[in-house]
Design a protein around this ligand. Sequence first.
Ligand code: MTE
Length: 327
Amino acid sequence: MLIKKPADIRPSEITSRDNYLNRRKFMQAAALAGGSLVAGDALTALVPDQKQAKLADIVPSQYSTDESPNSFMDITSYNNFYEFGMRKEDPKRNSQSLRTRPWSIEVSGNAEVTGTFALEDFVKPHTLEERIYRLRCVEAWSMVIPWVGIPLADIIKQFKPMSSAKYVVFETLLDKEQMPGQRSRSLRWPYVEGLTIAEATNPLPILAVGVYGEVLPNQNGAPLRLIVPWKYGFKSIKSIVRMHFSETRPGTSWEIAAPHEYGFYANVNPDVDHPRWSQARERRIGSDQGTGLQSLFSASRQETLMFNGYGEHVAHLYDGLDLRKNF
Ligand code: MTE
């Protein structure tokens, strides 16, 4: 088991461990008293339902970068999640009351196995992996994030997509009460993203349930979000409630909002600029000193890599495709 941790132990972590141990004690007592299967299941739940709980039995991944991860503070304080507001600090402030249990995922479309699955059942057959990935946002900033999740390819296999399934489409929860940003017309709701079936079954994408060895904070897309490390961050859709196997290419949120600026493919590409800014370089958030909000203002610039540095694993997916037209 490998859980990379920041050098300093945060107070929140100490609290979370205490909460976690208390809950385990409670569940053990309940199981002993009643011998109940439910309590037994909860004891071994792959993704515990309380905030900041530690995830157990995480295995390291051969696909992790050895660059140093951003701090927990940077990763959880500087977010894009328009359902909770448009400024970077909004998601942390406004997402805390999002209810992430019970949570279910509807699997639909051209697959042999479809239906609505509780999160616990959806993730149960799998092992959690830590994948330390670069996340390059289309806004020309980047971070390195120690995600915890399950390879999307393994999840997809379970549902046995048919040969007619050419795309996998994901949707975020639609709930104006819980997600106040959905009352504004900043995007068409629910947030939709998609991948070709070849992209979705490549070994790199994961469905993340955690970060830094802990359950995913709400602002990062709890309880389940996509991570596609060679694409701009907007492909990595948060708080997923639907996975649909489609014959046709979906309209995706940012492409619908501004088709000349954001394409379906959204592969990180330093040679294809956004119409309003260059994509050749990026600002690595918090790369030079310490942790904390201060580091957000002291970021340095570095060159952006083709496919965000993941070309050896994914370049073949685009053989023969004009990446200037298919941006
Ligand atoms: N998913 C939803 N549902 N809504 C969003 O606004 N923003 C995207 C992506 N997923 C977004 C989303 C963008 S633009 C980025 S850069 C990443 O989430 C940011 O992920 P992070 O906040 O965990 O770093």
